[in-house]
Design a protein around this ligand. Structure first.
Ligand code: HGY
Ligand code: MN
Ligand code: MN
Ligand code: MN
Length: 419
């Protein structure tokens, strides 16, 4: 790798990510896990730590109504009326998630600004380092909550009224001191960049350190119920049962079969029944009701829609064949997002200028970037995931790869903020 015009401090970046990893740290047999759900104490400490680090870097910190945190760098000589370039990701995690998914992007964004400051350069545009609330969809929404509000896709009050575990998002954010004013408006931005771990093993297999994302797969999340009749397991004959779990089992396998068939031709289709709860869920009662959720993804929207239709048809057939009653709703429907040529070029050219090989890849994972892409130019840069693991404590990215991809991010950020 050729020396960068804006040398980043890999140790400082590592310290930020390691310090952040303490918040919500969970004991695991191997790897380093963390559980940092929106509005919880670990989330509060992670946010406070970020604000502290932003203040140390001389950024002007603001918190919006849904807890999105933005640190703005407006150096002398920079046009304060110019549309900013923003960079960042999220600090929340899935339960027992890894330490890089989200925090790498937030702290790489901060490190990029520090590197530009220390190089003594002045971009023509302000730069904002952003941490979005609730990207993972573990509480209050099915995902990308803060970026959906910032992109104007979800009303602020609607988001704040969402409840989880008996509290509204408004109450949870107020409790942790991160229910601000206003709304961070992503449509104000000239461009947006996010660095994220790849969460699969393509880059590792290719031996490439930097993935420049072309398209982020669309993601549709369905929630449904299958209702049968709870009955005594000892006295209810097999012929007289309406077993909700048996019906649901057929449904899960039908969804999997349809996704496997689609993936044979697309190579990018995935569908998962990730949640299945049985009521009453005891050994001597025939399952009366099952609740489930499905996550369907592909880079082509029609493929997703065909799988949704297949799921609906399967439920209808189960009603006829098994006498169950079913419901299915589709609260989360994010279409595939194309990354902007301006940002992809800036990232590839950053690789060339640094002598770092880059490769075009698609993203099977969803990201805040897909929401921001609806209102401004966006780019998404991947760092390799060792063994492709993510959303578990085995998630790992070599510190060297974190530093190299942060250098590319810095170069591209300066390019986009200096036009
Ligand atoms: O679900 C996703 O794709 C993201 O990791 N939240
Ligand atoms: Mn993420
Ligand atoms: Mn994630
Ligand atoms: Mn490695």
């Amino acid at each position: 790798m050729i020396a960068s015009r804006f040398p980043i401090d890999g140790d400082r970046l590592r310290r930020d990510i390691e310090d952040n990893a303490q918040f919500g740290a969970v004991p695991t047999d191997e790897g380093r896990g963390r559980t940092v759900l929106p509005g919880t104490k670990p989330n509060q400490r992670a946010r406070e730590h970020l604000v502290d680090r932003m203040i140390v870097a001389g950024l002007d910190v603001s918190v919006d109504a849904v807890g999105n945190v933005a640190g703005t760098w407006l150096p002398e000589g920079c046009d304060p009326t110019a549309a900013p370039v923003a960079v960042g990701s999220h600090l929340d995690s899935v339960p027992f998630g890894g330490i890089f998914d989200g925090p790498l992007g937030v702290y790489a964004g901060l490190e990029a600004v520090r590197a530009l400051q220390e190089a003594g350069v002045t971009p023509t545009r302000p730069i904002q380092v952003v941490s979005f609330t609730g990207e993972e969809g573990t509480r209050f929404a099915d995902g990308v909550l803060g970026s959906s509000v910032a992109a104007g896709l979800t009303e602020t009050e609607t988001a704040l009224d969402r409840t989880d575990d008996g509290e509204t998002l408004r109450e949870a954010l107020t409790d942790i001191g991160f229910h601000g004013e206003e709304r961070l408006d992503a449509s104000d931005w000239h461009a947006w960049l996010e660095l994220h771990v790849e969460q699969t093993d393509r880059l590792e297999e290719m031996g490439v350190t930097a993935g420049v994302v072309t398209t982020i797969a669309g993601s549709t999340r369905l929630h449904g119920t299958i209702e049968g009749t709870a009955d005594h397991t000892g006295t209810t004959s097999m012929a007289d049962r309406t077993d909700a779990l048996a019906a649901a089992s057929e449904f899960v396998l039908a969804v999997e079969r349809a996704a496997r068939t689609a993936a044979e031709s697309t190579g990018t289709t995935v569908a998962t029944v990730g949640e299945l709860s049985v009521d009453p869920g005891v050994v001597n009662v025939v399952p009366g009701e099952v609740e489930f959720s499905i996550d369907i993804r592909d880079v082509e929207k029609p493929v997703i829609d065909r799988l949704v239709t297949r799921a609906e048809e399967t439920l209808t057939a189960l009603e006829t064949d098994r006498g169950v009653e079913t419901t299915l709703d589709r609260p989360y429907d994010v279409p595939p997002a194309e990354m902007a040529a301006t940002c992809r070029t800036a990232l590839h050219e950053a690789g060339q200028s640094l002598g770092v090989e880059t490769a075009d890849v698609h993203s099977g994972a969803g990201h805040d970037t897909m929401q921001v892409a609806t209102v401004t130019d966006t780019g998404l840069l991947f760092a390799p995931s060792d063994g492709g693991h993510s959303h578990n404590p085995l998630e790992w990215t070599d510190w060297h790869d974190c530093a190299v991809t942060t250098s590319l991010l810095t170069e591209a950020l300066y390019t986009l903020a200096s036009d």
